[in-house]
Design a protein around this ligand. Structure first.
Ligand code: PLP
Length: 456
């Protein structure tokens, strides 16, 4: 602001006394902080001095934002189903209802039959055993915690063989060598980046350095070209021959047979990993399972019992809302058709192209009156992604609604769609804004229309 105008800025008391603020009913401390921030921004900015109405409206907007939860609804029009930055799996309605129910008092560790202390998580563990065929199950806060707990409780001070092709980094901070070091297990790197044979593991085992065999699913990248991977079954075979246990960090947590979702037969599932003989399998609750953030461990009873007895388990345990949402999600899996329909992640991943095309056409039609001559609309083919470190390289053909605004750059439109009360996150694609209908939730179409109307 022009320094000569600075003295025309209203005094704080006068600003807060303006009716829009004084009568807003918002807490004084919030209004004060918003007013300070607005005045600060004006001093630092280039613009002219706003009139009192505009100034008080700007302060009010800041104050309201400070009073609104930041984790409210966002429309995901990116087509990335498990968008980690947008909260990964959206929950099924049954899971949302269960969370709300558990938010008050609930029988978290209470047996309603006997009136005594009950087993926390016992019902979920039983469901997980039924759904995966495993002998034991345990739930912790996320999969990173599950891997850390498994390595700490089982392999501290012991050698753990891992292929150099599976030394993964997931989302920046989860790096397998670091987790291994933190757990106190000794990483024994095996094979090369692109090829690891069974013989490589055998050589490490014969050298006497290895007590556990670890397999990590390369959930966010794919090795192509001159590659070789030792399968879980081969590792289990080797483990049996030498009396070693096999741990598998599966990442994704697919609980249905892949063909039910239209995925290729080779997509690893939890039940398949248990059947193949892994002693412990861990995976996320909020990836392909489609539930809340959680880390799930299933496997042999002896292994799960050792984890449960470890002091760290208490530090990693999830809250009651998470357990409630996870139980409700797992209950849907008891009927695979119902799971596919009612768990949004599964419904989105398996949505047929014709359905997506129909929804894109309907959205384009709804947008037509909003756009008028101000913006060219089209329905175009595109590709969605599973995202969230799941199904790398799997292409999901989809239908996009594209917008080419007349008076705005696409970058400005894309940013404006994110700025409203219900932010819409789309894509910039070939000089247009693209909205992928695959990841829209019920009711999102109206929010998109409102956001586009406000932006144009
Ligand atoms: C996603 C993933 C993790 C981390 O899981 P979070 O639930 O995000 O903690 C660990 N390992 C693999 C293989 C993964 O795909």
């Amino acid at each position: 602001m022009d320094p000569s105008q600075l003295r025309n800025l209203p005094k704080m008391d006068a600003l807060l006394a303006l009716p829009a603020l004084a009568d807003s009913g918002l807490p004084h401390a919030v209004l004060l902080q918003a007013a300070r921030a607005e005045l600060e921004a004006l001093r630092a900015g280039e613009g002219p001095l706003p009139d009192p109405d505009a100034l008080s409206a700007a302060v009010l907007r800041r104050a309201l934002r400070a009073m609104t939860p930041g984790l409210g609804r966002v429309v995901n029009a990116t087509g990335v189903v498990l968008h980690t930055n947008l909260g990964r799996a959206p929950l099924a309605n049954a899971a949302l209802e269960a969370m709300a129910g558990a938010g008050g008092y609930c029988a978290l560790e209470y047996d309603l039959d006997t009136g005594r202390r009950g087993d926390r998580g016992g019902r979920i563990e039983a469901l997980l055993r039924d759904l995966t065929g495993a002998e034991g199950a345990l739930v912790v806060g996320n999969n990173a915690a599950a891997v850390l707990l498994a390595l700490t409780a089982l392999a501290q001070g012991k050698g753990v063989a891992l292929s150099r092709g599976e030394l993964v980094e997931i989302g920046g901070s989860f790096r397998m060598p670091d987790i291994m070091a933190q757990s106190g297990a000794e990483l024994v790197e095996v094979g090369t980046t692109n090829r690891t044979r069974q013989a490589d593991y055998r050589a490490a085992v014969e050298a006497g350095k290895v007590q556990y065999l670890l397999k990590v699913h390369t959930s966010n990248y794919k090795l192509v070209g001159y590659t070789q991977e030792t399968s879980l079954s081969e590792l289990v075979g080797l483990g049996r021959a030498y009396g070693l246990s096999v741990l598998y960090d599966l990442g994704g947590g697919l609980l249905l047979p892949p063909r039910l979702l239209g995925l290729s037969e080779g997509t690893p599932s939890v039940a398949e990993a248990v059947r193949a003989g892994a002693d412990l399998v861990c995976f996320s609750g909020d990836k392909l399972l489609g539930g809340p953030q959680a880390g799930i461990l299933v496997g042999r009873k002896w292994a799960v019992d050792l984890l449960k007895a470890h002091p760290m388990v208490r530090a990693l345990r999830p809250g009651k809302e998470t357990l409630a949402a996870l139980e409700a999600t797992l209950q849907l899996y008891q009927d695979p058709a119902q799971a596919r329909r009612d768990i949004p992640t599964l419904a989105m991943l398996s949505a047929p192209l014709e359905e997506l095309e129909g929804r894109a056409k309907a959205l384009a039609q709804a947008l037509e009156p909003v756009c008028g001559a101000g913006c060219a609309l089209a329905v175009e083919p595109g590709e969605s992604e599973a995202g969230g470190g799941a199904l790398p390289g799997v292409s999901l053909p989809t239908a996009l609604v594209t917008l080419a605004p007349a008076a705005l750059t696409p970058e400005k439109l894309e940013a404006a769609l994110r700025a409203g009360p219900t932010p819409v996150v789309g894509l910039l694609r070939r000089g247009k804004v693209a909205l992928d209908v695959r990841t829209l939730r019920p009711g999102d179409e109206e929010a998109v229309c409102r956001a586009v109307a406000a932006a144009l």
